[in-house]
Design a protein around this ligand. Sequence first.
Ligand SMILES: *Cc1c(COP(=O)(O)O)cnc(C)c1O
Length: 403
Amino acid sequence: MSMARRIGRTLPPAAAPLHVMDIVAGGVGLFRGSEAVKNFENELEEYYSVRNCYAVSSGKAALFLILQALRELSPGRDEVLIPAYTCYSVPSAIVRAGLKVQLCDLAEGSVDFDFDSLKGHLENPRLLCVISTHLFGLPADVERIKTLIKHRDIFIVEDAAQAMGGEWNSKKMGTLGDVGLFSMGRGKAFSTVEGGIILTDNELIGRAIKKRLDSIGGYTLSDYLKLFLYAVALAILINPRIYWLPKMLPFLKLGETRFDSSFPIMKLSPFQAGLTRGWRRRIADLKSARQQNAKKYVMHGMPMPCAISAIPDMIRFPVLMADADAKRSILRDSENAGLGIADGYPDSINNIKELQALFKGKEYPAAKDVAERIVSLPLHPFVTDDDIKNISSVLRMKNLYVR
Ligand SMILES: *Cc1c(COP(=O)(O)O)cnc(C)c1O
């Protein structure tokens, strides 16, 4: 891959910035210990009106724990249905939980399930759960899955990793399925460097997860050191004036997505719980900044990201390019000019090297098509009106995206 080495104002693709005062609050959390984590979980339970919220080390750790709990409740079932285009962490967690990945293709030109083929998958007697995913924060149709699997023994897991704080039809994303998860990783809607949240109003699922949580460990001293350094880096380096610098450091692995089922599974640390201080207000502010920027893209002629008339709460603004060449071309322009346009996941899930053998001979054309063509535009609070004008005009000039 040719990597532009640009020095000068460079937009990160996503940013939920930390401030020095947040890091100080992290220190206070550290001092309070497990109380700080319990307190954050209680605030989440209150805000989301669910009886069980648990804070852990990442979104994939959250998903792993959820899957293990569901397996315990439904031991005869071991297959997990996911969209054929999603974050690689999802199959990573499924494999880690000892379960089998099943793929359902997307509806043409969307990032949600093709519901016709979903129906067929729901007949599978080994199916443990369906993972409905709000990619970019775009609302996936959880209700429709619910009506399709009524009276059956299949759980709905809501992957709201990219949708913390997001609402749709006045409902809070993350609370729509049997159990949901958020990610607080870098590049997500709200960040504690890394982190994940499990939400469920289902007492059986809640209890099964709690039991597992009671036996898992926490962050070690060296984990803490890493967390602290990353937090400081996030507070300083995520600014567009300086972001070209970390972008040059390959060991930071910015924007990389990979299949890896050996991730740590820990409770959220008190330091991270401290970092969340004021999370409701901070999430509301981030959400409103992103929402306003999304409106401005639409005003500058960018296509609405989904069929519905209102603009949903997104973390980035997805755009489908005409073809793979158009995508490469716009990403090159973005690298050269520091526009913060991001590539999607590299390929559909069936083409992940470590998983290929499981899906031999099967095709997921809509997922493959999205993987080839999708990019996303930055929405975070560092994005200025001029940036939006710039980015929109580069896209319009090329005229290579799909309306
Ligand atoms: C980021 C992400 C995850 C995993 O979250 P981590 O905190 O990075 O482990 C899962 N699903 C989706 C859709 C994501 O974007």
